[in-house]
Design a binder for this molecule. Structure first.
Ligand code: BES
Ligand code: ZN
Ligand code: ZN
Length: 521
């Protein structure tokens, strides 16, 4: 039984798609489906024309003819994210043809490619295609490098292929098994793009899996054990603190949140040194709340099951750290994840209780549902003690964040303009959406306590996300650049906007930005 459980974990967290890059012409290829990218012509006259002019390159005359005929009949427009499956076309050794639009080739971005590839993956999934080949030569010639193109296409397919059916007893094995990227010229930059995409997708999908597992099957100790297991064979060092250690390390605020649960907390510490010891590390901190019932300030029952995702910040940090280690980046990084449940057991925090954090600051717990800040604060104090170059924390911290920005943009808070620029650049390069939010002394004032130094609830109205950020700021040394990312709106159910994310389930938001941030270091 224990053995069975182990195997199922391994199977569901590993990518089983075999990806290869070959130098070949399409005539020699054997595959269930061939994916061809097309773009739109964009001159004024062409835009006005009754039937769109679609550009297709790097494919056989027969495929070109098929595309023009489909354009003529209105089946294809070449618009970005359009993916049309033509069944049983039998061009050379391929059975079906999938034509994917990229929009206008001019100004094509990596993210458009990633999303368009994801639309191809949706067709692959719905037609239960086992092996697919991508005609890389068909991707319109643009300013994007071969590495960027290969990475974006591969990520689009691999991220879109993720599904969570671990607990269905009648699992159907009908997913994509083999993906072949076919190019007439294969070089190092294609290979690099492919490798990067494989690592990033694997780590994002692993992080999604951590998030998708329900509370009873992703407890703090399971989260820690899975991290240790996933880091095997890499240079990522993982140490795990148990409840006694958390207590002796004076993390009284974090500990207090865990007391209402029968599950013991864990503090997961990850370290990777890819640069000289003299180089200060980047420190990532993530909220690992494996189930948030609200505690004594209990949440309404409708939708409470979604609070299994309250560890997505922690999962993002774990995914980021694994990817950095697997990509062997030349940086030093530390990842910290306080992991606990928030439950209303007999020893739980009660409204009005006063707890003491690792830096000695006292906090009134005026709402036990504002627990994320009570576990992150101790982790942030520990992070500062490591003297990092920068701290980035990520958390499903406030419902107010989802109200403010919805499920596309992740709100982030920092008072450091230089750091903000670096974050914006990393997000843009990775194809994620972030939005800077205000953080001022006014927000900090609202977090002062009546009977203790701080309250975990704002005394003011509104700005719930900014006041939460201002609370966290009280635990970060002023001279360390710091930013806080609130992924409450973007951590799950984002597939309506981003085609490579699941419609329902964890998205893996912010991991790609965090990895890119380390790459840019
Ligand atoms: N985990 C929640 C935040 C959350 C809510 C994330 C909905 C995603 C969707 C957090 O612990 C919480 O409950 N925050 C409270 C804070 C309030 C009591 C000050 C909230 O947002 O209501
Ligand atoms: Zn809560
Ligand atoms: Zn929470």
């Amino acid at each position: 039984m224990a053995q069975d459980k182990k195997q199922s974990i391994e199977q569901s967290s590993k990518q089983s798609i075999n990806v290869e890059l070959i130098k070949s012409n399409l005539e020699q290829l054997k595959s269930d489906a061939l994916v061809v990218f097309v773009s739109k012509k964009a001159t004024k006259a062409e835009k006005k024309a009754a039937t769109p002019t679609i550009l297709v390159e790097g494919v056989s005359k027969a495929i070109e003819d098929k595309v023009s005929a489909a354009a003529g009949s209105g089946t294809l427009t070449g618009a970005a994210q359009e993916a049309v499956l033509f069944r049983d076309t039998h061009f050379s050794g391929t059975k079906h043809l999938i034509v994917v639009g990229l929009g206008e080739a001019k100004g094509l971005t990596a993210e458009t490619l990633r999303q368009s590839a994801a639309q191809a993956a949706a067709q692959i999934k719905s037609a239960k295609i086992k092996s697919a080949a991508i005609a890389m030569d068909s991707i319109a010639h643009t300013a994007l490098s071969a590495e960027t193109i290969t990475q974006a296409v591969t990520e689009g397919i691999l991220l879109a292929a993720y599904g969570f059916n671990e607990f269905k007893t009648d699992k159907k094995d009908d997913g994509l098994e083999k993906l072949t990227l076919v190019s007439s010229h294969k070089n190092k930059s294609h290979e690099k793009g492919l490798e990067t995409a494989q690592v990033i997708s694997e780590c994002v999908n692993f992080s999604r899996w951590l998030g998708d597992r329900p509370g009873n099957r992703m407890t703090p100790s399971i989260l820690a054990d899975e991290t240790v297991k996933a880091a095997k064979g890499t240079k990522l060092k993982v140490s795990v603190w148990d409840k006694a250690r958390i207590k002796s390390e004076k993390m009284g605020s974090f500990l207090s949140v865990s007391l209402g649960s029968s599950q013991d907390p864990r503090f997961i510490v990850m370290e990777y040194n890819g640069a000289a010891a003299s180089k200060k590390p980047v420190c990532y901190v993530g909220k690992g709340l494996t189930f948030d019932s609200g505690g004594i300030s209990i949440k309404p029952s409708g939708g409470m099951e979604e609070m299994k995702y309250d560890m997505c910040g922690g999962a993002a940090v774990i995914g980021t750290m694994l990817a950095i280690a697997k990509l062997k980046l030349k940086v030093n990084v530390i990842g910290l994840v306080p992991a606990t449940e928030n439950m209303p057991g007999p020893a739980a925090n009660k409204p009005g209780d006063i707890v003491t954090a690792r830096n000695g600051k006292t906090i009134e717990v005026n709402n036990t549902d504002a627990e994320g800040r009570l576990i992150l604060n101790d982790a942030l104090v520990y992070a500062c003690e490591q003297k990092p170059a920068v701290i980035l924390d990520v958390a499903t911290l406030t419902g107010a964040m989802a109200v403010a920005l919805g499920n596309l943009h992740t709100g982030y808070f920092t008072r450091n303009d230089k750091l903000s620029t670096r974050i914006e650049n990393a997000a843009k390069e990775s194809g994620e959406w972030v939005w800077r939010m205000p953080l001022t002394d006014h927000h900090a004032r609202d977090m002062k306590g009546t009977y203790a130094d701080l309250s975990n609830m704002s005394s003011g109205k509104g700005a719930g996300s900014a006041t939460a950020a201002a609370f966290l700021e009280q635990f970060v040394d002023k001279d360390i650049p710091w930013a806080h990312f609130d992924i409450a709106g973007t951590a799950w159910n984002t597939g309506d906007r981003v085609p490579y994310n699941p419609r329902k389930g964890a998205s893996g938001a912010i991991i790609r930005t965090f990895i890119q941030f380390a790459m840019n270091e």
